[in-house]
Design a protein around this ligand. Structure first.
Ligand SMILES: Nc1ncnc2c1ncn2[C@@H]1O[C@H](COP(=O)(O)OP(=O)(O)OP(=O)(O)O)[C@@H](O)[C@H]1O
Ligand SMILES: O=P(O)(O)O[C@H]1[C@H](O)[C@@H](O)[C@H](OP(=O)(O)O)[C@@H](OP(=O)(O)O)[C@H]1O
Length: 397
């Protein structure tokens, strides 16, 4: 396909081979091929026509990965997007990532796995210190119950958790059951719950929740309806455990609703910037969202209650622009880093010695790696590429 005038012969050849597309300007662009491995539900919500059309106009092509064929026989891909459960997929994509460091695989399966457990999911937030960022970000007090439901009332009182409590299945595995949540008003009824679960203190927040979507460096925050406050009076009168629906995941946005301004005011942007930067780095992920609430009656005390990998981006305003820009930026920063690595003194010493001391590591997570074989070096390259995209440019390069 050629839309515009003359083109150098080598470009012409590339284009005939289907590797480049010409857009409306004079510059032919290399096609960015994005392989995706998503459930049919996720494909439907994410790969909407408005995304595919804009992507095509920007030279990005989405290609479905065939799960019945080896990944290595497919592609070549520039980027892989994936959200599938199961050990087999994790092993296959991890292996592919190691062997193909030039492909931006979003995201590493072990980092995604970290979010599939409601205990580990919030750990990085607990460790954060965002002082001086116009607000405080906490995690509700919570405990994990693995077995023996009859012991829950005693364990809860021993831990000093305050009622009401939100009971959430410990593991989030994409099933409807893993999103079945209960609100418990009294201690005795807690023994009716089915472990393994997390019991989390309910934080009054005025019925509005902030969903902070993170796509690489981009942040988008929206308001959603959430559970109403539980008053002291209600707590003293009501007993039992009550299942509640996925209220904040409904498509209805609270952005245009007539809300109390002190409840509706968005969290300060510098706070969100810092939170996103820290979590991107600590989690090693580029595609996620954070559910955050403001403690009712405060201006700047926030709680993170949930973090989701590859959430419903289709509901994020402008997602098609944000996502396509992100995909293009991945390809650009990747070629920049490869060039730097090839020319750097650092990569030379790694290849020469076949080993790297900890002090030479350009990024935090690479410190865990040792380079005894070429394969190890390839692993590092793959790791470092993802680090480069998620964090600052690596030191020493
Ligand atoms: N500690 C809490 N205090 C107050 N409300 C809470 C708390 N935890 C959860 N909620 C309410 O319950 C809803 C669902 O909780 P959570 O996001 O943890 O579950 P989920 O199953 O992972 O939901 P989804 O994946 O749909 O975002 C929240 O959006 C919020 O309305
Ligand atoms: O975008 P928000 O409001 O956060 O809600 C999402 C959930 O958090 C995700 O867990 C859902 O994705 P999965 O069904 O792949 O887990 C995701 O499903 P979707 O992508 O099919 O819309 C949403 O339900």
């Amino acid at each position: 396909m050629r839309i515009n005038g003359d083109m150098p012969p080598e470009k012409e050849k590339e284009e005939e081979e289907g590797k480049t597309v010409s857009l409306s300007t004079q510059q032919p662009q290399k096609l960015v091929v994005v392989g995706y491995a998503l459930t049919s539900k996720k494909k439907k919500s994410f790969l909407q026509p408005k995304l595919e059309v804009l992507a095509r106009n920007k030279g990005i092509l989405f290609v479905a990965i065939d799960l019945n064929r080896p990944l290595s026989d497919q592609g070549p891909f520039d980027v892989i997007l994936h959200k599938l459960l199961g050990k087999d997929w994790c092993v296959a994509i991890e292996d592919y990532r190691k062997r193909n460091p030039e492909v931006a695989v979003l995201d590493p399966p072990d980092a995604i796995e970290h979010l599939y457990n409601r205990q580990s999911m919030l750990k990085d937030v607990t460790d954060l210190n965002l002082s001086g960022c116009y607000g405080k970000v906490c995690v509700p007090r919570q405990m994990v119950v693995i077995n023996d439901p009859l012991s829950i009332p005693h364990e809860v009182s021993k831990a000093g958790l305050k009622l009401p409590l939100v009971a959430k299945p410990l593991v989030v595995d994409g099933t409807a059951k893993s999103h079945e949540l209960f609100l418990a008003y009294d201690q005795c009824s807690l023994s009716e719950l089915e472990p393994p679960l997390v019991l989390q203190e309910f934080v009054n927040h005025g019925g509005v929740l902030f969903k902070i979507y993170i796509v690489g460096e981009a942040i988008k925050v929206v308001r959603r309806f959430s559970l109403p406050n539980v008053t002291k009076q209600e707590l003293s009168k009501v007993e039992g455990i009550f299942r509640f629906p996925r209220v904040s995941s409904a498509a209805a946005s609270a952005d245009d609703a007539d809300l109390d301004p002190s409840v509706a005011e968005l969290p300060p942007h510098p706070l969100l910037e810092k939170l996103a930067r820290e979590l991107r780095h600590r989690l090693g992920l580029r595609l996620f969202n954070v559910d955050m609430i403001r403690e009712h009656g405060t201006k700047d005390v926030f709680y993170v209650i949930d973090i989701n990998y590859f959430p419903g981006f289709g509901k994020m305003p402008d997602y098609e622009h944000i996502f396509t820009d992100f995909l293009l930026s991945l390809v650009q920063s990747k070629s920049g880093l490869l060039g730097k690595l090839k020319n750097s003194r650092f990569s030379f010493s790694v290849i020469q010695n076949g080993k790297m001391s900890k002090s030479q590591c350009p990024c935090v997570r690479a410190q865990e790696l040792q380079f005894e074989t070429n394969h190890h070096f390839t692993t590092f390259m793959s790791h470092c590429l993802s680090c480069f995209v998620t964090t600052q440019p690596a030191q020493g390069l």
